[in-house]
Design a protein around this ligand. Structure first.
Ligand SMILES: [Zn+2]
Length: 103
């Protein structure tokens, strides 16, 4: 997960490696060496109302979350889910039919 802060020179949101916290980094937007804070800098009340800044922040944090969290969920394709579902229904239906037939 990267460290996100706002460049004091061009006011662009910049994502850097957390190892640069407290050091200086080159802003990819204006290429000026700027101090990196030791924590994320979310948009404040003023900048949050600025739609572009907010969207940019959300995009950066979303990206950080997707790269940080490994996919632990097992993905079942819809086709397979349908087949498994119909097998389950068929088996349950068969059991019901047998139960009535054996009465
Ligand atoms: Zn900059």
């Amino acid at each position: 997960m990267g460290l996100i802060f706002r460049c004091p020179e061009c006011e662009e949101y910049v994502k850097v490696s957390p190892t640069l916290a407290g050091l200086h980094a080159h802003c990819p937007s204006c290429n000026v060496s700027v101090p990196v804070p030791d924590h994320d800098m979310p948009p404040d009340a003023d900048t949050a109302s600025h739609l572009y800044a907010k969207k940019k922040w959300e995009a950066l944090t979303a990206q950080a979350q997707t790269t940080a969290a490994p996919a632990t969920e097992v993905f079942i394709p819809p086709k397979v889910a349908w087949i498994l579902g119909s097998i389950l229904v068929a088996v349950l239906g068969g059991i019901l039919v047998l139960a009535f037939a054996l009465q």
